[in-house]
Design a protein around this ligand. Structure first.
Ligand code: PBG
Length: 332
């Protein structure tokens, strides 16, 4: 007897009401999966708007800590920090990146004092500190891979000393994961995890972020010699394999929506947790389109994030984390 054809088979049976849809739903969003990237700036009692990222702020340390306490109450357990470094502190050798009293280290300590259980993710890369906006040291416009690694190791160690739980190298230099791991192991920081931006593409979707931290105007040239070519997928799998071999605890794929094919291939090929980053430009697209009433804000936000889960992301860095956490709380 053939039963698998219409009218016996009717997929709509499992979609006919809310109850049955939720019973067969394959993926759900949870606050446990969300990480909020946050921008920190010098000063006190400062909360600045970012024109290209509506509703995202640059906070001074005091207000960032206060905000993080609210987030923790909402169930968000991890934040990723990015500093706005004043021009006087930027240099060719990026010394400020490993200054134990720099803005990031002070922010980490302040967070850990008030909310010790909030996971703090510190970015490892030189761009906020580099006079020419690049993630690595340069000579005559050329990136110095191995010399950069030495500075990244110092930066990683300073962040670990300040109390960072997770270090996230986002610089895309070759060989930095093993070097950072060795430094951590050698200095009693074996508990500090490395979540590597293994596949970070050279993307136009980082535009608003560069506005937010001021690295865009500083940037001389582009990042094509270290960030990946958007045309490549197999290369991403090679990059991921190398980072896992070098002992990365988990990996990040970035940007998000436009690179979910990489997330799904990574999920099939590797056993480490996969993070994906819904970057500033993706956030801005949803914000501005919804402000112009082209799409519904909340629906588009939730739909976009569900796509990450469907592709296989274990967690998502997103500027929407707080909005989503609030919606999920109301739904309970
Ligand atoms: C660089 C870095 C970038 C982002 C975070 N760290 C990109 C870049 O400037 O190359 C972008 C994140 C976003 O767009 O939200 N270390």
């Amino acid at each position: 007897m053939i039963t698998s054809i219409f009218p016996f088979t009717r997929p709509r049976r499992l979609r006919q009401n809310h109850q049955i849809r939720s019973l067969v739903r394959e993926n759900t969003l949870s606050v446990d999966d969300l990480i909020l990237p946050m921008f920190v700036i010098e000063g006190e009692n400062i909360s600045e708007d970012i024109t290209t990222m509506p509703n995202v702020k640059r906070y001074s340390v005091d207000l960032l800590v206060a905000k993080a306490m609210e987030l923790y109450e909402l169930g968000i357990k991890a934040i990723a920090l990015f500093p706005i470094v004043s021009d006087e502190l930027k240099s060719e050798l990026c010394e400020e990146s490993y200054n134990e009293q720099n803005l990031i280290c002070r922010t980490i300590r302040a967070l850990k004092e008030k909310i010790p259980h909030m996971l703090v993710i510190a970015d490892v890369a030189l761009d906020p500190y580099n006079i020419n906006g690049h993630d690595g040291l340069t000579v005559n416009g050329e990136i110095l891979n191995d010399e950069t690694i030495d500075i990244l190791c110092k930066q990683a160690l300073s962040c670990a000393k300040a109390g960072a739980d997770i270090l996230a190298p986002s610089d895309m230099m070759d060989g930095r994961i093993i070097a950072i791991r060795e430094i951590l192991e050698g200095n009693d920081f074996s508990h500090v995890a490395i979540v590597s931006y293994s596949a970070k593409y050279c993307s136009s979707f980082y535009g608003p972020f560069r506005d937010a931290v001021g690295s865009g105007s500083a940037l001389k040239g582009d990042k094509k010699t270290y960030q990946m070519d958007p045309a490549n997928a197999k290369e991403a799998l090679r990059e991921i394999a190398l980072d896992i071999e070098e002992s990365a605890d988990a990996i990040i794929i970035k940007p998000g929506i436009a690179y979910l094919d990489i997330v799904s291939q990574a999920k099939e090929n590797f056993n480490v947790p996969i993070f994906s980053y819904q970057v500033s430009g993706e956030y801005a697209m949803i914000k501005f389109a919804s402000q112009h009433k082209a799409i519904d804000h909340d629906q588009a936000m939730l739909e976009s994030l569900l796509a990450f889960k469907r592709a296989g992301a274990d967690c998502i860095l997103t500027y929407f984390a707080e909005d989503v956490a609030k919606i999920l709380k109301e739904q309970k």
